[in-house]
Design a protein around this ligand. Structure first.
Ligand code: PLP
Length: 273
């Protein structure tokens, strides 16, 4: 397998970044996960826009998007696969121990892994920890992901594939790596960005394509929603058939099934909307 590092393709096994890279030592980095279908990246322009927004939020120089595009094309060409996940990582680069960045400039790594289509439905749990809707990193896709790792481990212990967070004022926010939608009285809703959730690209497409409303939702909406689904790059639209101890028999319900169908049709037709 090939990986993009230091401006060119390298063998994944021998590619090296500094042990003093700030992405490693202090989590000073951002990333994107981009789906690639038959070697073509899905919604790459939207991912690159978000990468730039995240870089600015962290005070990193704007990434060279021409290089990122060339890197994606190069790794995809080097290792063809039907369904891939591109991982774009961009860090503060290597510097002195401590939190100050060094003089060396950022590190860009673009890697590719194979993935598979997710099941149509899944179980989720809620976790007692909160997302901070007003933090310095809110809305940025940073490599500071340890909280999500802990929450996901809790979900796995309970036989679920995702953990859902509320925010500090008790509203539904998002999953560790997904956004959440609920159906109430037949209408589709998702938490607004002000809830502290990531501006998911799949979320944005689902809102555009289904007309879902962005609504402040109390966390206990999960106890009464008629349907619940998740969106993410690797899940697409995925129904929820259990939330904590509550079963949602028949998932995907009609609204979710329609969203899945729309997503399948449109995302197949235009891979870079
Ligand atoms: N929320 C978080 C915290 C995420 O990490 C992700 C994706 O990794 C999402 C939501 C979903 O975003 P997207 O649809 O762009 O994959």
């Amino acid at each position: 397998m090939k990986i993009w590092l230091d401006g060119g393709l390298q063998d994944t096994e021998s590619a090296r970044v500094s042990v003093f890279d700030h992405g490693l030592t202090v989590g000073d980095g951002i990333f994107e996960t981009v789906k690639a279908v038959d070697g073509r990246p899905f919604a790459l322009t939207r991912h690159l826009d978000r990468l730039t927004r995240s870089a600015r939020g962290l005070g990193l120089p704007d990434p060279d998007l021409d290089e990122v595009r060339r890197a994606c094309a190069a790794v995809l060409e080097a290792d063809p696969m039907p369904l891939g996940r591109l991982r774009l990582t961009y860090t503060g680069g290597h510097g002195p121990l401590g939190s100050d960045r060094g003089e060396h400039g950022p590190t860009l790594v673009v890697a590719l892994g194979e993935t598979t289509r997710r099941p149509d439905s899944t179980a989720v749990v809620t976790v007692p920890w909160t997302r901070n809707e007003r933090g310095a990193l809110t809305g940025l896709k940073t490599t500071s992901y340890a909280e999500n790792v802990v929450a996901l481990a809790r979900a796995r212990e309970r036989g679920a594939s995702e953990a859902l967070f509320g925010n500090t004022v008790g509203q539904l926010c998002e999953g560790t790596g997904s956004n959440v939608f609920v159906v109430l009285d037949g209408e589709l809703h998702t938490p607004p960005l002000a809830s502290g959730c990531l501006a998911g690209i799949t979320r944005a497409l689902a809102v555009e394509w289904t007309g879902a409303r962005e609504t402040d939702l109390p966390l206990d909406v999960l106890e009464r929603a008629e349907e619940i689904f998740l969106t993410s790059t690797l899940r697409d639209v995925q129904a929820v058939h259990r939330v904590d101890d509550r079963e949602l028999p028949g998932a995907p319900g009609p609204v979710t099934a329609k969203a899945m169908r729309i997503f399948d049709e449109r995302s197949g037709a235009d891979l870079d909307p």
